[in-house]
Design a protein around this ligand. Structure first.
Ligand code: HEC
Length: 301
């Protein structure tokens, strides 16, 4: 496994709200020599009056993070010709998020529902070339690599059926491009991304029909603690930027409603078994709140 490399920053700009979701992303090489990233939210400490025992960094929702490589702390990179190597790289592209070919959002005719689709480029080393972790560091920080990656990113494009989803470029980062897709009506549709002449595997987007009343009930739960026999804090006590855990459209866009609801109510995502680092065994004051919580989460931009 290769070492952690440069920090990326994606600015996710929503249409109506002057909201900016910034995500410090850390690039990493996996064993295939492919750039891998872990979206780590700027999750600093939760408010102290909240029963949060720990605030964990948000895990990669799709890929399993590589364990830290002890060799990564080696202080110096053996010299090599970066410019010559960059000239010999070949490139490919892939979805950073949405690796399952499925994405989920909603529509209620009133609120705005946006999901990110992130296409990244990655380099392939010439056959027979291997780099140490420190050489990767040097490569990734070199102007030659960054310029080459930027030229590859410019080859990315994305197409939606605008009857279901409108698409807007959300911004480029060093090795990729994020599109923001806004739902126009409920249903199932396909999103196609191209990288140069290559068409990436399509993503099927499920746009669940919600009502504005469901979103409102979910919002009420999000902002209000449950009292009584099964008390449970307001989601907003922990999930309020800038110091709380940001709700991640990267996470939610990857899971069907049942997966997210089980994560919130039991601490385990029924879709992939992912366990919350924080015990999420949240209760609800009314059935409407429970039915609406995911609708509300999907509407947070
Ligand atoms: C005690 C603090 C706390 C409370 C209260 C809380 N959360 Fe979380 N939540 C976290 C933390 C920390 C994470 C990230 C780490 C983890 O648990 O996996 C997280 C992660 C999540 C995620 C997955 C990742 C993401 O950012 O989207 C969802 C969905 C979520 N919370 C929903 C909720 C909802 C809905 C409620 C209220 C019903 C709630 N949480 C209440 C602390 C909290």
């Amino acid at each position: 496994m290769k070492a952690v490399h440069h920090v990326k920053r994606i600015i996710w700009v929503a249409t109506l709200l002057s909201f900016a979701w910034s995500c410090g992303q850390t690039a990493k090489q996996n064993g295939d020599g492919k750039t891998d990233k872990s979206p780590i939210s700027d999750a600093s400490a939760a408010p102290s009056d909240v029963p949060a025992k720990t605030v964990a960094a948000k895990p990669d929702p799709v890929k399993t993070a590589a364990p830290a490589d002890p060799a990564a702390s080696t202080p110096t990179a053996p010299p090599f010709n970066v410019a010559a190597l960059v000239g010999k790289l070949t490139w490919n592209a892939d979805f950073y998020n949405n690796q399952k070919g499925q994405a989920y959002t909603g529509f209620d005719g009133q609120n705005v529902f946006i999901i990110p689709i992130d296409v990244e480029v990655y380099e392939i080393l010439p056959a027979g070339t291997t780099l140490t972790d420190d050489q990767y560091d040097v490569l990734y920080e070199s102007p030659e690599y960054l310029a080459a990656a930027k030229a590859e990113v410019a080859k990315i494009s994305l197409t939606t059926d605008t009857a279901f989803l409108t698409s807007k470029m959300g911004g480029d980062y060093e090795v990729g491009r994020v599109y923001e897709l806004t739902s126009v009506k409920a249903g199932t549709t396909t999103v196609t991304a191209k990288y140069g002449a290559t068409t990436l595997p399509p993503i099927t987007v499920t746009i669940t029909p919600y009502t504005a009343a469901q979103v409102a009930a979910g919002k009420q739960r999000f902002t209000t603690a449950v009292t009584g026999a099964t008390p449970s804090p307001a989601c907003a006590a922990c999930h309020t930027p800038p110091n709380g855990v940001d709700n991640s459209p990267y996470f939610e866009a990857n899971y069907p409603d049942a997966g997210i609801l089980s994560f919130v109510a039991t601490g385990v995502n029924s879709d992939d078994g992912y366990k919350s680092a924080t015990p999420h065994v949240m209760t609800f004051t009314t059935p409407d709140q429970k039915a609406g919580i995911v609708a509300y989460l999907r509407s947070i931009n």
